[in-house]
Design a protein around this ligand. Sequence first.
Ligand code: ADP
Length: 154
Amino acid sequence: MEQTLIIFKPSAMQRGLVGHIIARFQQKGLVIAGIKMMQLDEKILREHYAHLVDKPFFPSILNSMTASPVIVMLLRGVDAINVVRLMTGATNGRQAAPGTIRGDFSMSNQENIIHASSSVEDAEAETHRFFKDDEIFDYTPFLTPFLNAASELG
Ligand code: ADP
């Protein structure tokens, strides 16, 4: 079963949106496999946003992502990476579809509420970037037979 990494960015923390967004993920049927609060620094952000370090707006991303502590969370579910990306919406909140998290809560390309892993490879790397093995929990929710058919669980 897939696992994906979410970061509640300072824009979510400061605006008090964390609980609401976690509720959306839980209502969808995704299971929390890990969750903690941390203060990001330049070192981890240069690694996490390696594809953006040469962009002129990278210093602004650094400021934005270090403006307050964040909450990092692992969500588990069938096709969790794609499901969470669909729920997250396009990068720019002004262009994200209504009904998505960014579409409903963001008016910005930068202050766009959450990060969500974009591929299996990224999810794997990001999981180990932010979580130690003993911070990740493997358990079977009692509701599992009502979330998926056995044939989907593999
Ligand atoms: P996504 O978060 O949708 O996967 P990217 O990996 O392209 O998108 O960008 C990472 C983050 O960098 C975005 O979520 C956003 O906060 C910020 N960002 C991307 N493009 C811009 C931009 N042109 N100006 C300001 N911030 C940006």
